[in-house]
Design a protein around this ligand. Sequence first.
Ligand code: ATR
Length: 272
Amino acid sequence: MTDRYAVVGNPVAHSLSPQIHAAFARQTGADLEYTRLLAPLNGFADCVKTFRAKGGRGVNVTLPFKLDAWQLATRRSERAEQAQAVNTLHFDGAQIAGDNTDGAGLIRDIEMNRGFAIAGKRVLLLGAGGAARGVLLPLIERQPAALIIANRTFDKAHELAAHFSRWGNCTAQQYTELGAAAFDLVINATSASVAGVLPPLHAGVFAPGSLAYDMMYGEKANLFLNFARDLGAAQSTDGLGMLVEQAAESFFVWRGLRPQTAPVIALLREQA
Ligand code: ATR
């Protein structure tokens, strides 16, 4: 019998997840169908319940429903618990298991695909919204030498640092306090580029050999990545690899199999 999965969002038409999971299914010989579900803004839970009642095995969850999914889950992984966001629901008997694979996706893309080890490095995370929160625990677990959160609204960065510092080294700083500090890895987890806004980073923020990473992909990442290269970032990448890696991690949560991601990333880059 064909196993059914879907990505739930609003909007959802742009989602590449069906294409990614179709590629994973071909690769692993899995008999599955993966579709898009447009849920009304106030109708996430009903949409998921209907899909489940019709035999769905699990869903991915995208904006703006990751907190709704966190609330709907009857059981949550630690990484989902701390992210306060769920991007993967697994219907497991009577339970709805909630997980968050975004952080693992980011780490795998940086470490495995880019060959950039985070342990011992100085990391600057820009942003303190849902996207930043979703990756903080997995980042801290890699044991960077320093993890600084900077955000336009400093209080939000401070709250995140206060919460996550119990797992390891993590502090908040105002942009103006960064001074001449240099970082090995700078991750843009803000949506500022959408408004055409760049973070107020100084020349010298990128250490020799540093990597600039934008969690958005495609055109939307270019403003920040061009800026980072101008400031001296040695390497730069958008978040397409993260997108595929978080999908692979969801596939693993559902099916216990790890698909190969490199051919799927290459396929999407070709089509972009
Ligand atoms: P997401 O789930 O994408 O993280 P979010 O929770 O709304 O969305 O967070 C958006 C992030 O981008 C926040 O860090 C936000 O900064 P504030 O906390 O100060 O709002 C940041 N951001 C969005 N637009 C921005 C802009 N024009 N300039 C600077 N930062 C911006």
